[in-house]
Design a protein around this ligand. Structure first.
Ligand code: TXA
Ligand code: MG
Length: 353
């Protein structure tokens, strides 16, 4: 199979690209589409054979459920039950963040095939804000299942060329919508009734931060911001409910080590290293530790977390091409979006089994 990339940057190519994507989706095929977080690999969520093609292309194990993307916020009840006891808060959260980078786990409706939810009684739902994705899903007019468009366990793609590097020859079409706005996967939450305020569990940290969600309820972390995870350590099984949140995930092929203290870095003679730097400042203690074969700076000088998030997976992909023995990653400030960036770096630094 040849993988075609279609541009969407002007009116006519946009129309052509959308029509071709919708034609393929109607035929039960998979299509890679931009979203504001990362690129997704989409298929008709209500067609189990189409969804099976996603698992095949990604080599994704069947125990890892997919996110379902709706055409409109109001379509929620076509795929999910809205329990009465969380309805008011769910409505407020959906109004505040949809369309946007937030995924909500809810009890599923019977029409959602088991292959989408890996047999779970719940479904993860989101409404994307990306103009290309929005046009495709609204023209298709049915929910789309779409995980990130990478091989299982690898880095999420934040550009059409990154999708091609992951899935070339395995999928018929990629729509090029330019670089992803956020560069990090959506925040995943579940909501439970609780008095006096509902309980919001963050299953995966992302662009919608703990502070963004605080006004809506009591926040609980369903993932482990475990400072002890180190490269080479046995991968601890996370006590979480998002089965895809494996300890080793979002990883480049080159081993990566999150180095929380620059003093701990002792280069081994003959080994080649590359640095993922946060601000690229000598004061931070990393840039001059050794003769780096390559260095990528996430947010030069200022250290802006939003900029760092956008560049993270791109920088890791570039460092992965250098053929070094190890990538050393400098931590970022762990507040706001920094929680999501550090989560991805910790998962990237756990040795694959
Ligand atoms: O930003 C995003 O969320 C991107 C774009 C394409 O939408 N998608 C994405 O999908 O990151 P994926 O499949 O790479 O990650 C989805 C995560 C997995 O960790 C999966 O386990 C979790 O969502 N998930 C899906 N359904 C779930 C459910 N019913 N309960 C708990 N976790 C669920
Ligand atoms: Mg993924």
């Amino acid at each position: 199979m040849t993988t075609q990339i279609l541009s969407t940057d002007e009116a006519l190519p946009f129309q052509t690209a959308v029509s071709e994507a919708v034609r393929l989706l109607n035929a039960g095929q998979v299509v890679a589409l931009p979203t504001e977080t990362v690129y997704g690999l989409a298929a008709d969520a209500l067609n189990p054979e189409a969804v099976a093609r996603i698992f095949e292309a990604k080599e994704r194990p069947s125990f890892d459920p997919l996110i379902v993307h709706l055409p409109h916020r109001k379509d929620l009840e076509t795929v999910a039950e809205v329990p009465e006891d969380i309805e008011p808060v769910l409505k407020k959260i959906a109004e505040a963040f949809w369309p946007g980078p937030l995924t909500i786990v809810l009890p599923k409706k019977a029409c959602v095939p088991d292959i989408v939810t890996a047999g779970l009684p719940t479904v993860a739902v989101r409404v994307s804000k990306d103009p290309v994705f929005t046009r495709v899903v609204r023209t298709f007019n049915k929910p789309l299942a779409a995980p990130s468009a990478n091989r299982f366990g690898s880095l999420s793609p934040t550009s059409a060329s990154a999708v091609k590097a992951e899935l070339d020859g395995r999928i018929p079409l990629i729509l090029d919508g330019g670089a992803s706005n956020h560069g990090l996967e959506s925040t995943i939450i579940k909501i439970e009734p609780n008095s006096p305020k509902p309980l919001i569990t963050i299953l995966r940290p992302g662009p919608i931060t703990q502070d963004d969600l605080k006004p809506f309820g009591i926040i609980k972390l369903g993932y482990k911001p475990d400072k002890k995870i180190r490269h080479g350590a046995a991968a601890p099984e996370p006590a979480i409910e998002a089965p895809g949140m494996l300890a080793s995930h979002y990883a480049p092929r080159t081993p990566l080590r999150l180095m929380e203290n620059p003093e701990d870095f002792i280069p081994e003679p003959g080994k080649k290293y590359a640095l993922l730097s946060y601000r690229g400042e000598a004061d931070d203690g990393y840039t001059e530790l050794t003769e780096w074969v390559g260095m990528h700076i996430l947010s030069p000088g200022k250290g802006k977390l939003i900029e760092a998030g956008v560049r993270l997976f791109y920088a890791l992909r570039e460092l992965d091409k250098l053929g070094v023995d190890e990538i050393i990653a400098e931590p970022v400030a762990e507040h706001g979006l920094g929680a999501a960036i550090m989560d991805r770096l910790r998962r990237a630094s756990v040795k694959r089994q």
